[in-house]
Design a protein around this ligand. Structure first.
Ligand SMILES: NC(=O)c1ccc[n+]([C@@H]2O[C@H](COP(=O)([O-])OP(=O)(O)OC[C@H]3O[C@@H](n4cnc5c(N)ncnc54)[C@H](OP(=O)(O)O)[C@@H]3O)[C@@H](O)[C@H]2O)c1
Length: 263
């Protein structure tokens, strides 16, 4: 299936590794030009070099902490200067630390909200004018299964992310008539460094071996396994494509059936 992404410009944040990198690779495989960022310029630069070599596409990379609204505006200006346009925005960030409500102060919640809600708002604020100019765009925000079903020991994630769904739904309604779709993706467990460290934290908290902690998590997933980053990348590439023109305002789970609700 031709996704119609050749030479489109895609911004993928928090993309030196993990889910962001998987999305960058899936879009590069379709011929999209990329703008990547993470906090560590060296790490995201190395990822950009590897993607350039592997897929032969143009890749701009820079250090940008998505918690810093001012830096996000600066990054957007750089991307437009280097690549001339923006068609796709994949708004992603790192995850907050695990723990229960009693483990955290209001300041910890404020920081998590900056990382996982305000970052999406400031990325959209910075890139939407350019997306609107060409009258075609795809905005995809990354959240978590926790927006549908709070997870044990992930209190900050459970609370901080849910506003993203309301923001993206509102945005979708405002721009649906302008060929700009706005969707949210909600991963369950996809194997990345973060999931490895969450399994590690569970194994320490529950006093069990790493493998036993992983088996316990997998037992709660009807598919019987943790997802692969490239499966997540494929979903986002489809949502970013011409083919997904009539899908907007949705929150799409990718969780091997782990979510237990009906809607
Ligand atoms: N993997 C899963 O199963 C899963 C499930 C649900 C939700 N999520 C969420 O999806 C997001 C990505 O997860 P992941 O598994 O890919 O994590 P990961 O493997 O830890 O990768 C995180 C990426 O984000 C970058 N990053 C972290 N904080 C940043 C910031 N403030 N500004 C810019 N870049 C930042 C990191 O690079 P630097 O360190 O260089 O900044 C790295 O490239 C997280 O919010 C996570 O909680 C993941």
């Amino acid at each position: 299936m031709n996704l119609g992404l050749k030479d489109k410009v895609a911004v993928v944040t928090a993309s030196s590794r993990g889910l962001g990198r998987a999305v960058a690779e899936a879009l590069a495989a379709e011929g999209a030009k990329l703008a990547l960022c993470s906090r560590d310029a060296g790490a995201v630069g190395a990822t950009a070099d590897e993607i350039r070599k592997k897929y032969g596409v143009e890749v701009y990379s820079a250090s940008c902490d998505v918690e810093d609204c001012g830096r996000v505006e600066g990054f957007a200006a750089e991307v437009l200067e280097r690549l001339g346009a923006v068609h796709v925005l994949f708004a992603n960030a790192g995850g907050p630390p695990p723990g229960t409500i009693a483990d955290f102060t209001p300041a910890d919640f404020e920081k998590a909200i900056r990382l996982n809600l305000l970052s999406v708002i400031s990325l959209v604020h910075a890139f939407l004018p350019a997306i609107r100019r060409q009258g075609w765009g795809r905005i995809i925000a990354s959240t978590s299964i926790t927006v549908k079903q709070p997870a044990a020991n992930l209190a900050l994630s459970n609370v901080a992310r849910v506003g993203v769904v309301a923001f993206m739904k509102t945005l979708a309604g405002e721009h649906a008539a302008s060929n700009i779709t706005c969707n949210t993706v909600a991963p369950g467990y996809i194997m990345t460094d973060r999931v490895e460290s969450l399994i590690q934290s569970k194994s320490m908290k529950d006093g069990m071996a790493y493998d036993a902690a992983e088996r316990e998590i997998t037992a709660g997933i009807p598919a019987g396994r943790i997802g692969r980053p490239e499966e997540f990348g494929s979903l986002v590439a489809f949502l970013a494509s011409e083919r997904a023109a009539y899908i907007t305002g949705e929150t799409i789970l990718i969780d091997g059936g782990a979510y237990r609700g009906l809607m």
